[in-house]
Design a protein around this ligand. Sequence first.
Ligand code: PMV
Length: 329
Amino acid sequence: MNKIEAVKQILKGRPTEPCDKGYAFAPANIALCKYWGKRDEELNLPFTSSLSVSLGTLGAETTVTITPQEDRLTLNGEAVPYPSLIMQRLVEYLSLFRTSRDLHFHVETYSSIPLAAGLASSASGFAALVMALDHLFAWTLDKRELSILARMGSGSASRSLFPGFVKWHAGIREDGMDSYAELLPDTWPEFRIGLVMVSDAKKTLGSRPAMKRTVETSYLYNAWSAMVAKDMSLIVRAIHDHDFHLLGKTSESNALAMHATMIDSWPPILYWKPETVTAIQKVWKLREEGLRLFFTIDAGPNLKLLFLKDDQHIVLQHWPEIEIIHPFA
Ligand code: PMV
């Protein structure tokens, strides 16, 4: 099945005439059990399930209106020019929802993700866009259907439909209708994330080609899926029991294993900088000294520290410059 057919299936019988305006907010998210590797590149279907925590009020606020001639994107008040990779990706995605050839969209997005924070903006961007389109056309889709549509923009966007802890079920169906995210009932108000910026340089290899290369060439990749299944059940249990040590340990080793599959690929993929390793070793040293501190790293050089409210002042003593996120504020 291709994207157009999948979208058709979900929108069957829904309104096709847009209203004046659609609006939505979607939070950014950070995976504690990572998504790495697609079983279907067209539909963004993953080999394994993943689990994230959404970043509260940090995310994308999007308004969609109808405009003549061509699609437009305004990002934080500035028009994004053609041709650019971001416009190309957006226009391709919007085309899935064009109900007539001369229907064009103006997408206006404000992102509250701190500039250069090393956080992916595509997850909250596609999730907010799909919810704004739902509002614009009055489709009234449920969260599962919206998650499937967001997934086709960017895999991790499927998880940005919800606040809090979110699980994306990998699913097994070829049409991807069982590959969607779902909110976990647990909250954890004391949970904190610290963004350690090592570099704000644009990454040289995007997650899409990096995943593809890993799946095709890494010998360790087969072990990855078995590991994810185990990590997933441990993380769900840790969240439910508020067992911070189990959560931190499992998330950190899950992220390191993901990076191991990349390093094991050919040509090798290494997103880390020397400063990444320095920061990792600093976390390990502080932990040896008794601090309850763990980290996760996505497809980039920056660390996301995981800790609890009670230890926030100690973390700030060691990293005075970092941005601290309260996912449940
Ligand atoms: O959704 P994408 O294509 O941006 O891939 C996200 C990949 C990771 O951030 C490394 C892991 C994850 O689960 O978010």
